[in-house]
Every structure is written in C-alpha cells, then in structure tokens.
Design a protein around this ligand. Structure first.
Ligand code: NDP
Length: 408
C-alpha cells in the first residue's frame, strides 16, 4: 500500500505531497496526477527543491474512470489519495474498486448540479469496498477530519457522553485582497451560500436537522492568537457523521468566521446572480455563473505569499465526565500560522491544515494503525495515533477545561 497516487494539484495536494515526501520512511514513493499536468510539475519542482525527492507526474481527468484505472495500474499504486474536487469522489472510488486499491479523500461527494453535502452516496459503496477487502477513508482534512478526531479523542479521554458540540473554524489570516476564498472558490461559495443546518435531538427522541437561512445566525467569539471575530452558523458535512457515530448528541453546530468585507462582496455577488449553479446562455454557450466567478477570483494557491496571521479551529464539547465528576466542558483546538505554513510548504494555512491531515490519514492506512474493509469515517477510528502525528507534523493541539457550556 505504500506506493501512493495523489489526484489533484491545488493547494491541499501541494501540502500533502510535500509532507509525504518529508516522511520517506512512511511514503517511499509518491506519484501525482491531475487535470493540468503543469500544476503537478510545479508541485514536483518545489518538492524536489525542498526535500530532494522526485515525484513522477501525469495528466488525468479523474472523471474518466477507465483512464484512471489504467493509470493506477501503470503506477502500481496501492492507495489513491483524492485531493481533487468533491465532484470526482465517486468516479475515483469506482476506479479504486476496479483496480483493487484503497481510497482516501478530504471532502464528501457533491453532485455538480445541486449544492448538497451528504455522505449517503459514498456510504452506499461500503459493501463493495468490504467485499473487495479494501478500505476507503472519508474526510481526512481538518473539518471534516481533525474536528472529527478531536471529538472522538474527547470522548475517549475526557467525556463518557457528549451532550452539545460546537465546531469553531476561524481563519484570522489577511491575504490583502478585496475578496478571495481560501480554498477552491466554487466549493467554498457553494458551501457558505447553502442554508445553515444544525443537529438537534431531545433526550429519547430520534433528532433532526434544524434549517435556518445562510449567514443569518451569528455569534462573537474571542479566538486565541486571532482576537474577537464574528462566527456564522453553517452546515458542514462532519455534523452528519458526528451525530451518526455519537447518537447521544443533543445539539451539534458548526460556526465559521467571516469578515464584514467578505460578507459585503458575497452579498452583492449573490444578489446579482453570480453565485448561481444553473447554466445561463452567454454568447451562444452555456456557462455556470459560479464557475465563471471562480475563474476570475484569485487562485487559493496564489494567496500563500501574502497571507499573514493565524487560523484557529477547534471543538467545544459538553457532556458527562469520564471520571464521574458530573458535566464538564472541554475546548480542543489547533492554531496554525499562515507564515509558518508558507515557509515550510509554499502554501497558506488553510491548505496546510487540510493537507497535513490528508497526509496523516494516509499514513494511518499505510502503517496499518487504521485498517478495515469498507467505507469509514474518521469517527470510527482510534483517535490516539492520529493525534500523536498531528503534534509531530505541524498541527500541535491543546485542550482546556472551560467553566461551563457555551453561552451562545
Ligand atoms: P483546488 O481547486 O486548489 O485544487 C483542486 C485540484 O483538482 C486542481 O488541481 C484541479 O485541476 C483538480 N481537478 C479538478 N477536476 C479534476 C478532474 N476532473 N480530474 C483531475 N483533477 C481535477 O482545491 P483545494 O486544493 O483548495 O481543495 C482540494 C480538496 O480539498 C477539495 O475537495 C476541497 O473541498 C477539499 N478541502 C477540504 C477541507 C477540509 O478541511 N476537509 C478544507 C479545504 C478543502 P485544475 O488545476 O486543472 O483546476
């Protein structure tokens, strides 16, 4: 399994490939393929300069399953790390099944014509992966990914049950641009313009999603190493897996910070129809407004050099303490510096905080620390070896007991 084929050549892939090549003992051979080969070559050149390692590169449209099967066989890969876009998840999973190799990604499948973040399409592959004796690990980024592992670490070491869970994602970085997204603009804008949803369940009942309009519910939170920021209630895919694998949770919410400038620009773009995903006819051709907008916005991988400041992403969980001392609240988080991330890998912290966990999830599979046959979410695995690697590979975390549950 130690021969890896990474698909996609954006910011997240760049970080993951750099970090894999910095750990030759776990990853003796890393190959990189994407739609635009020149982007793979640029990553390979940076890796060569920084680590001295060679990364063979290939051009592939990952939605062309037969071509991808051929590439996997040609490379002799044992594990495909999907760092392309969520649209490619299912064709890449199909190719892995056909070629008989393991699979990992950082974001759940989304159909192109509907902004819907749900795991059911990928969970439906469970039996096929199981029968083939292959493992597919879903969502090994930061959120989802580390936030899921943080929660399960609290559940293993601090809390017997979790009553309420709040995920707080703050990017306190300033890139000096009027408006830019810190990861793929199309996926980012689809995510933030979708209605907010959070999980609520009364004790003894089955629970359900509570929907509110996008970017309407807001709270101010004082983030260490960043300061006070407005955090907005949003839907995020790990809420689905966290509430599935922790059925006792009575309320699970996800909050992300946005500055006033970001909201002002996004509101205008939305009001004029630029964030739409329905095709419109333009000069005799069908174009999708959001894809056109993404093409004119700054590329996330170009923001690394100018972005200053920190990210601070973590989980606050309240529940019954493991030691029987009653209800307790813990906050577990990571602070990541944009400048340090750029110095190490040439990418800003949002790519770094996703690419490092992608490397660690892959390491869990390669080393056998995490194993299984079927499709798995991060919540189903032992958090300890993953948490140890976070500390050792650039994403140190801290945990603190708070006075009581969140007041918002
Ligand atoms: P980018 O847009 O920077 O990179 C995506 C890459 O995928 C590009 O190189 C693109 O090619 C390539 N690609 C797109 N379509 C295809 C295709 N059909 N075949 C082959 N390659 C293709 O995105 P990011 O690096 O910012 O994000 C990568 C992934 O990480 C996304 O799925 C994103 O949702 C996820 N993510 C997860 C996070 C988490 O915490 N879990 C956080 C942030 C991101 P081209 O260069 O030609 O456009």
């Amino acid at each position: 399994m130690s021969k890896i084929l990474v698909i996609g050549a954006g910011g997240v892939s760049s970080v993951a490939v750099h970090k894999m090549c910095m750990n030759a003992d776990i990853f003796p051979e890393v190959h990189l393929a994407s739609r635009t080969k020149s982007k793979c070559d640029a990553i390979a050149a940076s890796v060569k300069t920084r680590t001295g390692r060679d990364v063979p590169t290939y051009e592939i449209d990952a939605e062309e399953t037969p071509a991808l099967v051929n590439l996997i066989r040609k490379v002799g890969a044992g594990l495909v790390v999907n760092l392309a876009l969520p649209y490619q998840d299912l064709p890449i999973m199909d190719a892995c099944l056909e070629a008989g190799v393991h699979y990992l990604d950082t974001a759940n499948y989304e159909p192109k014509d509907e902004a819907k973040f749900e795991y059911h399409w990928q969970w439906a592959y469970h039996d096929r992966f199981k029968e083939a004796g292959l493992m597919a690990l879903l969502g090994s980024g930061f959120d989802p990914g580390v936030t899921s592992v943080f929660t399960m670490w609290l559940k293993k070491h601090k809390l017997k049950t979790i009553r309420t869970l709040d995920i707080l994602d703050c990017n306190g970085g300033d890139h000096g641009q009027a408006f830019a997204t810190n990861f793929n603009p199309e996926i980012n804008i689809r995510e933030v313009t979708a209605p907010a949803r959070h999980w609520e369940k009364k004790p003894g009942e089955t629970g359900d999603w509570v929907e509110t309009p996008a970017m309407q519910v807001m709270t101010e939170f004082d983030f260490e190493a960043v300061g006070k920021r407005n955090a907005y209630l949003m839907y995020h895919e790990e809420l689905e897996s966290l509430s599935k694998f922790n059925p006792e949770i009575e309320r699970a919410r996800f909050w992300m910070t946005f500055g006033d400038e970001y909201i002002k620009h996004l509101t205008v773009l939305q009001n004029v129809g630029m964030t739409g995903i329905e095709p419109i006819r333009y000069q005799g051709k069908d174009i999708i407004p959001l894809q056109f907008l993404a093409a004119v916005l700054p590329k996330p991988e170009s923001l690394g050099e100018t972005t200053k400041g920190n990210t601070n992403i973590g989980v606050i969980a309240t529940g019954e303490a493991l030691d029987g001392s009653g209800e307790k609240t813990f906050y577990i988080n990571n602070i990541c510096s944009h400048e340090a991330a750029f110095e190490e890998t040439g990418n800003q912290a949002v790519s770094y905080t996703t690419g490092v966990p992608a490397m660690i999830g892959t390491a869990m599979m390669v080393t056998g620390a995490w194993s299984g046959a079927g499709v798995f979410n991060m919540e189903e695995m032992d958090p300890d070896p993953f948490m140890e690697m976070l500390n050792a590979h650039g994403l140190a975390w801290q945990v603190a007991e708070l006075d009581g549950p969140v007041g918002f």
